[in-house]
Design a protein around this ligand. Structure first.
Ligand code: MG
Length: 252
């Protein structure tokens, strides 16, 4: 009996070790020709090369329009303080306009095999954190994308609110200071931590698996780091600026 259990343990351990992590393009596949960070093209290109998922960042304008962009400011204008009308003519590096969340999700509907890793940015106060969380869930559900959208945030307010509104959705915390046990206790479904966090807490990836959490690591670039995390037990997902390189490494 004991031998049975130890071989079972060994099998599950081997499975954890051998499972290849999934590839998420950080801010989409923006390094590709004709792409730009968080552009519609970056989502298309991530899907085209076969990424499991594509990550993007969302802010709410002063007049309540969610837009897809990384930084809190664009050309010196703070997104939270300005109206969408002011932002709508600003172009990204590839010539596209800054997409609204709705435009971005409409494009996502065309790529059913690519998961959406939806980062809700931490806003100025709890009220705006809740507003953007509510709009995010409403739009994703309305557009029929709820079964393939995972939410991530540095904001505890956002994670808490999204988990309340969409209890079946995956919600992962980004900030890195909560242990897997603490994240589990809050009811969230994963940790999505900077690679340094896993270096400082080498036991957290497997500890998260013991709690049934999904483990995502960012932003892993360069052959050495990509190879190291691709082999690390307990890592489910790697978020990278170099998705094509990671796909190549895992094929070998
Ligand atoms: Mg992000």
């Amino acid at each position: 009996m004991q031998r049975y259990f130890s071989s079972l343990l060994l099998t599950s351990f081997t499975l954890v070790c051998l499972a290849q992590p999934k590839v998420v393009a950080h801010r989409g596949y923006w390094a590709a020709e004709g792409s730009a960070q968080n552009s519609i093209a970056s989502l298309q290109k991530a899907a085209e090369i076969g990424c499991w998922g594509s990550e993007f960042d969302v802010w709410l304008t002063a007049d309540g329009v969610p837009v897809v962009f990384h930084d809190g400011t664009v050309e010196g204008i703070r997104i939270e303080d300005t109206t969408y009308a002011t932002l709508m003519n600003i172009r990204l590096k590839n010539g596209e306009f800054i997409p609204t969340l709705q435009q971005y999700l409409m494009e996502a509907q065309r790529w059913p095999d690519c998961r959406l890793i939806f980062e809700v940015k931490p806003h100025r106060n709890a009220k705006r954190d809740y507003m953007i969380s509510e709009l995010a869930v409403e739009l994703v559900n309305m557009m029929g994308l709820d079964s393939r959208t995972d939410y991530i945030s540095f904001s505890k307010n956002v994670c808490r609110r999204i988990h309340e509104l969409a209890p079946k959705a995956k919600v992962a915390y980004l900030n890195g200071e909560l242990s897997p046990r603490e994240v589990k206790e809050l009811g969230w479904t994963g940790i999505d931590y900077n690679m340094k966090v896993f270096d400082n807490h080498p036991d957290w990836a497997l500890e998260a698996k013991e709690h049934g959490l999904e483990v995502n690591v960012w932003t892993v670039d360069g052959e050495e780091a990509l190879t190291r995390f691709a082999k690390m037990p307990g890592i489910d997902i790697i978020t990278t600026n170099e998705p094509e390189e990671l796909l190549r490494i895992m094929k070998e």
